[in-house]
Design a protein around this ligand. Structure first.
Ligand code: PLP
Ligand code: 3DJ
Length: 401
């Protein structure tokens, strides 16, 4: 190992020793032999989840059975868990509901936003680099509502929004590059054009502070299986700003969103509040696993999470610079803190897929995104500075010819 290597390894040990969030790692099931840098795709398993799920299955489903809908609080879990998520994204209680997938919630939000738009507004702006599902769903929403889609870079949305815009659908953090977009600025600009905005928070919730209420966001959606550690396929969420809730006209008005679901009325009367965003029967096991997973956030400040995230990604970039031969990789993640989420994406022009396979074989788990991007996610609750240092060291070996 070079002198630099010894210095960086020592620095990592010192940084981990001084990290106030370091004890939280023990709340997760993580082997010491794996450097897990894929929490931006599937978060690690919180220790509380297995016992809680066993309890739900054995006691609630097994013993109480159907009575659990009321006696164990199953019926109200989407709003209860929604409020817990809301706390992490700057939403006061009563505005977030947990359920369905992000894709389905994108559909509800975009169609509802178009239905709120005034006459002559027939344009849906879509972040040109969006995660594909948002683009597919927005295109279908456009066909259904008689709108047209205009794809523009997120940074261009303020200039592009105009008198024909009904809604802009933007990713807060770009899944491929890790670029953080200006949520307050874009939201204000879209509003100034008289339109609504839907934010996809998949790659920001749980990784950095989000202030939905303070920033005047209309709608937001996100998944919970990344930085919120809810588990594979855990329920997503939908935020509808309180002032908009009475006019929120869901395109999927299932019986769970009815004001009186057990009246089983043939006529639809929407529920008040966040419950209006529900559709059908919630996936209770996944929802309650998520609820248990969210307990790790009790007492955690997002400002501390953000500070550690930036320190981790800065440190990883320094290690890459020190260890990896020049020209083998190039960061496509912004160096400026205000434009960076919680991942580092390295363009690897030569054999990126094979390089990631080799990294995974050696115990460094990141992921590969087409066409040539190596992604490394830094989940601040459980990632160590030593992980960043080891990953860069193994990467240097994996890219060596
Ligand atoms: C930005 C973004 N939106 C949406 C999704 C996925 O949506 P869904 O939860 O419907 O699979 C992902 C990741 O899978 C994503 O990164
Ligand atoms: N949702 C996923 C899945 O079901 C399988 C594998 C990966 C995912 C992901 O979340 C991918 C992720 N959104 C991404 O940013 O690439």
């Amino acid at each position: 190992m070079s002198e630099d290597g010894h210095d960086l390894a020592r620095e990592a040990t010192a940084l981990d020793g001084a990290d106030a969030l370091a004890p939280l790692r023990a709340a997760f099931v993580l082997g010491d032999d794996t450097v897990y840098l894929d929490g931006n795709s599937l978060g690690a398993l919180p220790r509380t989840v297995a016992a809680r799920l066993a309890g739900v299955v054995e006691q609630e489903w097994g013993r109480l059975g159907i009575r659990s809908w009321t006696e164990s609080g199953w019926w109200t879990a989407p709003e209860r868990v929604g409020d817990r998520i809301g706390h992490l994204v700057g939403a006061a209680p009563g505005q977030v509901v947990a359920g369905d997938s992000t894709s389905v919630n994108v559909f509800k939000a975009v169609v509802a936003a178009v239905r709120l738009a005034g006459p002559g507004r027939d344009e849906i702006l879509v972040d040109a680099q969006t995660f594909p599902t948002d683009g597919y769903i927005a295109a279908s929403a456009a066909r259904l509502t008689g709108c047209r889609i205009r794809a523009v870079a997120a940074g261009e949305v303020p200039r592009a929004a105009g008198e024909r815009t009904a809604v802009a659908l933007v990713n807060h953090v770009d899944y491929r590059t890790g670029r953080l977009h200006d949520l307050p600025g874009i939201t204000a600009a879209v509003h100034a054009a008289g339109a609504r905005v839907v934010w996809d928070l998949c790659h920001s919730a749980g990784a950095l502070p989000v202030e939905l209420d303070a920033d005047g966001v209309d709608f937001a959606v996100g998944c919970t299986y990344k930085y919120l550690n809810g588990g594979p396929g855990s329920p997503a969420y939908l935020y509808v700003r309180r002032e908009l809730q009475p006019r929120f006209d869901s395109p999927l008005p299932g019986w769970n969103s009815h004001a009186d679901p057990f009246a089983m009325s043939p006529d639809y009367t929407p529920a008040q509040g966040s419950a209006r965003g529900r559709v059908g029967t919630p996936a209770i096991l996944s929802l309650l696993a998520l609820e248990a997973a969210l307990e790790v956030w009790d007492g955690v400040h997002l400002a501390a999470v953000r500070a550690k995230s930036l320190a981790l990604t800065d440190f990883f970039l320094r290690c890459v610079e020190a260890y990896v031969p020049q020209g083998a990789v190039e960061s496509v993640t912004p160096a400026v803190h205000g434009e960076r989420g919680s991942q580092v994406s390295l363009r690897c022009p030569s054999g990126a897929g094979a390089v990631m396979e080799e990294l995974v074989r050696r115990g460094v788990v990141g992921d590969f995104r087409q066409p040539d991007v190596l992604r490394f996610g830094f989940a601040p609750l459980y990632t160590r500075f030593a992980d960043a240092e080891s990953a860069a060291r193994v990467l240097a070996e994996a890219v060596a010819p």
